[in-house]
Design a protein around this ligand. Sequence first.
Ligand SMILES: C[S@@+](CC[C@H](N)C(=O)[O-])C[C@H]1O[C@@H](n2cnc3c(N)ncnc32)[C@H](O)[C@@H]1O
Length: 790
Amino acid sequence: MEELKSAIPPSLKRLISESTLSTIPSSCSSLLQFFLQLPQFHQIVGDLVDRDRALCGKNKDAALESKHNGNDCFAKADYANALRFYSKALRDAPSDVDVMGRNLVSTLYLNRATVLHRVGLLVECLRDCGRALVISPHYTKAWYRRGKVNASLGNYENAVRDLTVAMNVESALVEKRKIESELKQYMDRKNERNGLLDCASEKNFNSAAEATHTKLECVSTPTKGRGMVSVADIPPSSLLHIEEPFAAVILKHCRDTHCHFCFNKLPVDTVPCSSCTIPLYCSHQCQAQASGQKAGSALKSRHNHISLSDDLEKYIADITSSGFCTEQNSEHSHECGGVNWPVVLPSEIILAGRILMKLVKQTRHSGGSSCVVKNMDLCHNYGDHPSDVKLYLHIHSIILLYCLQHYCSAELQVDGATLSQCIILLCQIKVNSIAIVRLNSLDGKESMVPSTILSPAGNSLTSTVEQVKVGQAIYSAGSLFNHSCQPNIHAYFISRTLYVRSTEYVAAGYPLELSYGPQVGQWDHKDRQRLLKNQYSFSCQCSSCSRINLPDLVLNAFRCTKPNCFGAVLDGHLLYEKQMVSQCLDIHTTCSSNPHMQIRKLEYEEIKRVAQCVFEQTDSVHQFEPGVCLTCGSHVNPETSAETLNEATQNSKRLKDAIVFNQVSADTLSYSLRCLDLLRSKLHAYNKKIAELEDNLAQAFCLVGELQHAKSHCKASMQILEKLYGHNHIVIGNELVKLASIQLSLGDSATIDTTKQVDAIFSQYYGAHANIILPQLEYLKREAIKLTSQ
Ligand SMILES: C[S@@+](CC[C@H](N)C(=O)[O-])C[C@H]1O[C@@H](n2cnc3c(N)ncnc32)[C@H](O)[C@@H]1O
């Protein structure tokens, strides 16, 4: 793309940079005309769409080579590599190739199932057997393996059914006899005990069913365009909104780790797309929903002179037909077949392609004749984008439409009008797309494994959770929620479904606002404003940005050197308009009458304590000089403090590296403790840098097995974060998870109270879904109860 960009003459670049909403069609047409005469353009488009140059297509030879390598590794009992090679072979294998009379894909699934059985991954093994049978229902070895693994799971009823089918489809007499004798053993055991449920179902788990009972309304706001309110008062933790995405796409860095449809972490038994090597799915269901392909042909027992009971017929039908097919949701079909553009172009462009194709299909289904794609009812701000973004939008719209045209040339014209709509769509995506996130355990464990947190010394890790962005999606109604730096609602995801829940009491008609990223306590006012401007092109007008907040004053502040003064010394200029100060003063009176603002009342006294003078001079614009205490007016030399800060920041980085590489030495710890003393002597007690270092020290002490120290540093970090975020914020919930895991390792009876606090916060943010979002929670609760009952 850089090559194309540099070929554009300055006059055309100027035309694009000066383009407005009404002139985009003509600037697009001019750029298109220019590109059409440019040989590099045709070369680039050819590389992206030409099937002869495609690198992501199925490849029989590559699949056979990986299969061979997998077999070698299996023979040497190198199961980890055998698994890797079979998965790679599955990714490359064309779906219609037979090797030695057997479909290659089903053979590979069974080979992988055998490895999974060997390494004890029984449920995964059962699923792979099912996948082999969906493709080859007469595959004796797959029925046989299925029977064996069901027996290993104690599920003798299904083991008997599997071996009965295996025996019936097997033609060799010797083999039949062998199966028969095993079948007899399983029948005896079946009679002895009832087995577990067949847990190889490919259906998605059923998330705690909960309905929304709150009626929301889209209203027009004075400063933020449209916004959402509730028609009635809402208690905390009410589920307000559930929505499937209009379109969604996985982010590039998660392509090999997360399912391309539901965005959950991939299991070891991944399911690749059946027509290209790009997407990986966690199940046949996700594969079918993304590609609109239906796998499988049922075993026709009657035609094969096999006589089976009705119960067994139904059992076979359940296993051998994948049963998943939704043509409407086939979001990947236009990207499939091995062409390169879905891998090369940025995720937001792929998302735009998915939306355009969905709109084209909707037009087709409704019998619409227009070939021009209509726009979504979403806001955008084309005019506010800088020149380089406008150029990027123009170039990528042309490229994208050329790529899509190869799939549906009749319905998508590459002309000024369609290109203009594509650009608007890309702008809408920039403003309205929502990042799909997952809570990940930083110690690399999805769920808390007892040994990692219970070891009393050495290699003990706290359970640390962080949010990771895995996908990007457009939710039509979800994008009507505005942003607040102190949000009163919380958005989260189960698979790709968006859930929105209130986190505090919200009065009827009061704006329901979530956080697009930066929050009070995390960043100060100017950094929040800068990020929202850069990323979303708006100046935040939320209530927290319109008045003084305690976190904004102290987050990056130095401490006052005068004894007993708790005042903050700012690190840079801070400008407060009169209105922002008086709004804060008003809170004191407003709070008493307004129940949903009670929490602000609590903050008021604290703000006053830290920044008295702000409240004493309410008659002008306040410009605070750096280096002057907000409370007593004493002077502090910010330069010497800044030096200390730099040194401490360097050390924090070293400590973090030592934690990542598990190389925490006594020297690193004692040096970090000296830095902590230094930070505490120079920075305001609520400065976030102190919290970060305390947090790192907690983790470092955990690693060397000094859990008492780990506990006190964890608590010290939390005390600061509570001042910055408030007691019930989800950030505090995450900190409490760490504290509870340390307390548990210490056998500390306080664990039960900590887990109760974690439970309360997570329930407020996730309601009945808390245990799904944070599987560690259930474990912590159980272990804490055990501890108290000992
Ligand atoms: C996802 S949309 C929200 C719905 C939007 N207000 C509408 O009318 O469609 C994001 C846009 O809403 C506006 N917006 C959201 N939160 C805002 C805030 N705190 N301050 C100012 N504008 C905001 C900005 O124009 C932003 O680009």
